[in-house]
Design a protein around this ligand. Structure first.
Ligand code: PHE
Length: 344
């Protein structure tokens, strides 16, 4: 048996393998069910009792040595296999990345901003998380106005005098401008606004606005009408007509809703304008003296007008998209429709 053990050790020493397959074959030859080490272990039963201790130790050692050697050879063969594996081909072309296009809401917002820039308006921006003062209080919202309640406004913190909330309109930026900028003021305020509304084809809890504000001495309703008419003709074409309907906003007096003549049927009546020939595009009015005073502007010396429109609404009219939700779902099939519009 002693000789047999030495024989195995010798074989182990002479073992030369190069591949992972060779190592596996060697493992089977030594340690497999019919392997030589396994055979010796089985022979152990026949060893006379007085020699069992000595051979038991020897056999255990043998098994350990063989196992360790096979393990080492296996690691070696694995390392060689990795080295020999085909290298990455650095000359391979990369994954194709399609160039993106501007979102339809961005395209229309930019168009609106560009028109008013031409008229001499500056762009003003402000925070989306606002306080009660800038969204409501300074804009002459009475304390119990329904827009302050939970069904319309997302509150971030409540319970104190000036709670934080997600702005429901960008009129808050107009207040910040009146508080901080010298007069006269001529700004537009593009931005994202939030309202606690059920999402449907015609309403969404997030949308975009461009609001405008002009304050100077002797600004009249005629100036407002002229500004809106010029804007409408730039946006919807030179033949566009506008009409104003009396309306109500806490921050303007008088207030109006503006309609433009339907650019699809040119006033004849179609399903886009629901047969009326007119499409509503914005709210507007003369800034309420209370609003001027709240921001420290002398309403005896100064007057102004303000207007506000939804960017998605204008985009819907421009492209006859009849479901507001398309603008927020980022469906590539929808967005691709505007790829060429970017360059127009
Ligand atoms: N702030 C109004 C809104 O969000 C729009 C508006 C702005 C109306 C300015 C009149 C004057 O609906």
């Amino acid at each position: 048996m002693k000789e047999a053990i030495e024989q195995v050790l010798k074989q182990l020493e002479e073992l030369s393998v190069s591949s992972q397959k060779d190592v596996e074959e060697a493992r089977v030859r030594f340690l497999g069910k019919k392997g030589c080490v396994t055979a010796l272990m089985e022979q152990f039963r026949t060893v006379p009792a007085e020699m069992k201790r000595e051979y038991g130790q020897k056999l255990n050692e043998l098994k350990k040595t063989v196992t360790a050697r096979i393990e080492a050879l296996k690691e070696q063969a694995e390392a060689t296999a990795v080295q020999l594996a085909p290298k990455q081909d650095l000359s391979m072309p990369g994954d194709p990345l399609e160039p993106g296009s501007r979102h339809p809401v961005s395209i229309v917002r930019q168009e609106i901003v560009d028109i008013f820039r031409k008229f001499g308006y500056d762009v003003a921006e402000g925070p989306e998380i606002e306080d009660d003062w800038h969204v409501f209080e300074a804009l002459n919202f009475p304390p119990n106005h329904p827009a302050r309640e939970m069904q319309d406004t997302f509150f971030v913190s409540t319970g104190h005098l000036n709670p934080l909330l997600l702005r429901t309109h960008t009129s808050s930026v107009q207040v910040r401008t009146m508080e901080s900028q010298p007069l006269p003021i001529r700004v537009i305020c593009p931005g994202r606004v939030f309202r606690n509304e059920a999402i449907s084809a015609r309403a969404h809890c997030i949308f975009h606005q461009v609001e405008g504000l002009y304050i100077d001495k002797d600004v009249t309703f005629a100036d407002l009408k002229q500004a809106i008419l010029l804007f409408a003709r730039e946006m919807f074409g030179p033949d566009t007509e506008i009409r104003m309907r009396p309306s109500y906003f806490p921050f303007t007096e008088p207030s109006a809703e503006v309609d433009v003549s339907c650019n699809i049927c040119h006033g004849k009546g179609c399903n886009i304008c629901k047969g009326t020939g007119w499409l509503e595009i914005m709210g507007c009015g003369m800034v309420d003296p209370n609003v001027l005073e709240a921001s420290g502007i002398d309403s005896k010396q100064y007057s102004g007008f303000a207007f506000g429109m939804g960017v998605e609404r204008i985009a819907m009219l421009k492209w006859q998209v009849n479901d507001l939700r398309h603008y927020f779902e980022n469906d590539m099939r929808f967005l691709r429709e505007f790829t060429t519009a970017t360059e127009v």
